[in-house]
Design a protein around this ligand. Structure first.
Ligand SMILES: Nc1nc2c(c(=O)[nH]1)N[C@H]1C(S)=C(S)[C@@H](COP(=O)(O)O)O[C@H]1N2
Ligand SMILES: [Mo]
Length: 329
């Protein structure tokens, strides 16, 4: 990965509607019913992206949270920050299977087809299984989660994801008592992913979490964003979102999940273990490899302070109580 960027073309593209949604939902004292309907319609209106060919189908089946807005915020399921525009989220990407150039990923990945996608889940589980996208959506109601996303390159976004908690999938396959880690694998198919003919990383891209991290309620298997199906550049048809960790943990276009009793290798960690830690928890106090104290929120002018665990300390700090975060970065 490259040094922190300063691409000024990304600044000033804000999403005024999100401020409106925030205020409206608060005024309603956390009653979501009416406002979520308005949300679906207005997303469409305010977030047309430049190339209509990149417009994805609406993702059906998203349910309104039974929790009040305040409760969602308290649990870290919804962050009260201005959303990054749909255009910026879909045109500024890291996805080395297609290209290293962030503003080119969308174009290079445009024709990536995900029909008939299968996700194989096995290893230390009682009931290994292969899931289609329909099977995955049948596991649990699709939830909308508004999360901060912080790349180790020091840019950040606020993204309205849709998906299901990873825990729902794991509960279905039933990890055995020996299972301690969850390993993830991206599709390997150089014909469809031209970046895989270069040797920047070892392919397929792999990532891993501890079982406790994987079971945390914030850990999401995302299948949509801005209430539409995930576009190829953001990891279609299914990718991991772990909002308290650096973006590279959020592995895209997953085809395989394996429960293990040993810490699995992970791509960026193998590439440079001193720079890219296994845990990769967002931490403003540990420079990896450059300072992580502040960040450039895409769409804003001023840099802002980076928060411990990316602002999810209340939800996840307990996972690392016995860990020296300076050593286990
Ligand atoms: N398979 C795969 N997953 C990946 C990457 C990648 O190159 N390949 N890049 C990672 C990095 S460094 C980041 S910051 C996020 C970017 O996600 P976004 O493009 O949807 O914002 O995806 C992560 N997941
Ligand atoms: Mo990243």
């Amino acid at each position: 990965m490259s040094q922190p960027n300063s691409d000024k073309s990304l600044i000033d593209d804000v999403t005024p509607y999100s401020q409106y949604v925030n205020r409206r939902q608060f005024i309603r004292g956390g009653v979501l019913a009416g406002s979520m309907l308005a949300t679906a319609g207005a997303y469409k209106y305010f977030n047309q992206i430049a190339d209509p060919g990149m417009q994805m189908k609406e993702l059906g089946g998203i349910v309104d949270s039974p929790l009040s807005q305040q409760e969602q915020i308290k649990q870290g399921l919804w962050v009260d920050d201005r959303l990054t525009s749909e255009k910026n989220i879909k045109t500024y990407n890291n996805f080395y299977e297609f290209t290293k150039r962030k503003n080119r990923v969308a174009a290079v990945a445009k024709d990536f087809k995900t029909d008939g996608w299968q996700l194989e889940v096995g290893g230390l589980v009682d009931k290994p299984a292969t899931f289609t996208m329909n099977d995955i959506h049948d596991l649990s109601p699709i939830e909308e989660r508004i999360y901060r996303m912080r790349c180790v390159e020091t840019w950040s976004m606020v993204i309205p994801w849709a998906g299901i908690p990873l825990s729902r999938l794991l509960e279905k396959v039933i990890p055995t008592a020996e299972a301690k880690y969850v390993a993830f694998e991206t599709l390997y198919d150089p014909k469809r992913m031209p970046g895989q003919s270069s040797t920047i990383l070892k392919w397929p891209y792999v990532e891993g979490l501890t079982l406790a991290e994987a079971m945390n309620p914030l850990t999401l298997l995302a299948t949509g964003l801005y209430r539409r199906e995930l576009p190829p550049q953001d990891g279609a048809p299914i990718r991991l979102v772990v909002p308290w960790k650096y973006g590279f943990k959020g592995i895209k276009s997953i085809v395989k999940i394996t429960l293990t009793d040993e810490q699995p290798p992970t791509s960026w960690n193998e590439y440079n273990p001193r720079a890219y830690g296994y845990y990769a928890n967002v931490n403003p106090e540990v420079s990896r490899p450059w300072s992580q104290a502040t960040e450039q929120r895409i769409g804003e002018f001023e840099r802002r302070d980076t928060l411990m665990f990316n602002g999810y300390e209340d939800q996840v700090a307990h996972l690392y109580e016995d860990l020296d975060l300076e050593v286990n970065y």
